[in-house]
Design a protein around this ligand. Structure first.
Ligand code: ZN
Length: 456
């Protein structure tokens, strides 16, 4: 008897409990929570969908799950796509700002709320659903599919490069579908083909062995002033980074990349509304536009600042210690180690040799060639699925950071994103969500992509 064919809706319905149980696993990598059961769960999901799975754990860090689905004999076994996803999630705090239990998937008004749902568990699940749909269809799976599902993305993927280097043959493929993606604040479906890199630093200043009565401020310096002066020397009030050499060696984007960015208008009003911004975009004082800043220019951001007395009321004290967290989002051509050298040199030259600088995390940026046939196939299949109601746009560089550079370096493949995210998905924040409609459409996009990829 012939097995009756399931629609995408059927698959979503039939596998809902399995998906929700995946969301219930609090796989917070920075706090080492539920990693082993999540690895087992991901492996089981791949196998129960009809693929082979292997756990790679010989290079340290949280295991990497490899998955493989072979093309149907009617398909094109010469073509292989790699899906990159991660099973780890961000910590759920601050807990009191959640309107639902962070690890209990909850549907309200067509949205599914849970920590890790948009970043990145739903995207992994919808790729599996696309495979299940195609495998039971007349034409079968159109090409080979590999998965790389890692568990340290939210921790900066410290071991992924080593795994990609050692297992380059295992992950060998013709192109990679990136973990995130989806609709922006204008409901355009955005395909990202690059990411910024990162150099993340700790800065420390110390001015005495103990905190001191602030009357001695007449003669004694304090760590808070030392550090804020040092920080202020790094960037002017118009957001220009003042560190000599910081903007050197930046790779010039291709004509197509520039054109794609020009066509993409960032809505300042919408973004201001979402975040309740109190000031206009800082690009108003820069020589480049908001669009160009997001895609092609590096940033320097004080992410945290700590010193002295910060409780209620007064305490007159000279703080002996101050510390800051600083991140630089980098673009192709910039090297985190070089940025560290430049910052060290700058601090020394400006009289802050006592300010300690520690590079915590370094990752290079990556940009695919947006004219590559793989990228075009992702775009054309998105036009097919979303085109009737949403504009599909190519974005040469996502302003965020991810380990894309390692895929380019070890596998030599282009990368493009596809996912079910939405502008108010609140990744990393309380009340993280996806819209179920996007989840279904995302599944259809992967189906359409795999069909086209077979021929591309
Ligand atoms: Zn994330």
């Amino acid at each position: 008897m012939q097995k009756s064919k399931q629609t995408v809706k059927d698959i979503i319905k039939n596998r809902e409990k399995e998906f929700f149980d995946y969301l219930r696993l609090d796989s917070v990598s920075t706090q080492n929570r539920s990693i082993a059961p999540t690895v087992k769960y991901v492996t089981d999901l791949i196998v129960s969908t009809g693929g082979e799975a292997k756990v790679l754990d010989d290079l340290g860090g949280n295991p990497v799950v490899y998955g493989y689905f072979k093309a149907d004999p009617k398909g094109n076994s010469e073509k292989t796509v790699l899906f990159y996803n991660h099973y780890d999630v961000q910590p759920e705090d601050p807990l009191d700002e959640w309107e639902t239990d962070p690890f209990e998937p909850t549907v309200i008004d067509g949205k599914l709320f849970c920590r890790g749902v948009t970043d990145n568990k739903a995207n992994f699940i919808l790729r599996l659903y696309a495979l299940e749909y195609l495998m039971q269809s007349e034409e079968g799976l159109p090409c080979n599919v590999k998965f790389l599902v890692e568990g340290e993305e939210e921790n900066g993927s410290p071991n992924l490069d080593a795994y990609l280097e050692k297992y380059a043959d295992l992950f060998d493929s013709d192109g990679c579908i990136w973990e995130f993606g989806g609709k922006n604040e204008k409901e355009q479906f955005v395909i990202e083909t690059g990411v910024k890199g990162m150099a993340y630093f700790d800065l420390f200043a110390e001015s005495a062995d103990v905190d001191i009565h602030s009357s001695l401020g007449a003669v004694v310096d304090n760590a808070a002033w030392r550090l804020t002066h040092a920080l202020a020397s790094l960037r002017d009030k118009d957001n220009q980074v003042l560190v000599a050499g910081f903007y050197d060696n930046i790779e010039h984007p291709s004509g197509s990349a520039q054109k794609a960015v020009k066509e993409r208008v960032v809505s300042e009003d919408k973004i201001a509304g979402i975040y309740g911004l109190k000031h206009p975009f800082i690009t108003k004082d820069l020589e480049w536009s908001a669009e160009e800043a997001l895609a092609f220019y590096p940033t320097m951001t004080i992410c945290g600042l700590l010193s002295g007395y910060t409780e209620e009321g007064t305490k007159t004290v000279l703080p002996r210690k101050a510390s800051a967290k600083l991140d630089c989002r980098l673009v192709p051509g910039q090297d985190p180690l070089k940025i560290e050298q430049l910052l060290r040199h700058h601090l020394d030259e400006h009289g802050f040799s006592d300010v300690e600088l520690v590079l915590l995390k370094g990752q290079k940026a990556f940009r695919s060639d947006i004219d590559h046939p793989f990228v075009q196939t992702v775009k054309e299949s998105a036009d097919e699925v979303y085109g009737s109601h949403s504009e599909v746009v190519l974005s040469p560089t996502n302003p965020g950071t991810g380990p894309m550079y390692s895929f380019g370096k070890h596998l030599g493949i282009p990368v493009a994103s596809s996912g079910c995210g939405h502008a108010e998905g609140k990744a990393h924040a309380p009340n993280e969500s996806i819209r179920l409609k996007d989840f279904e459409e995302g599944t259809h996009h992967m189906i359409a992509f795999l069909k086209r990829f077979k021929e591309a």
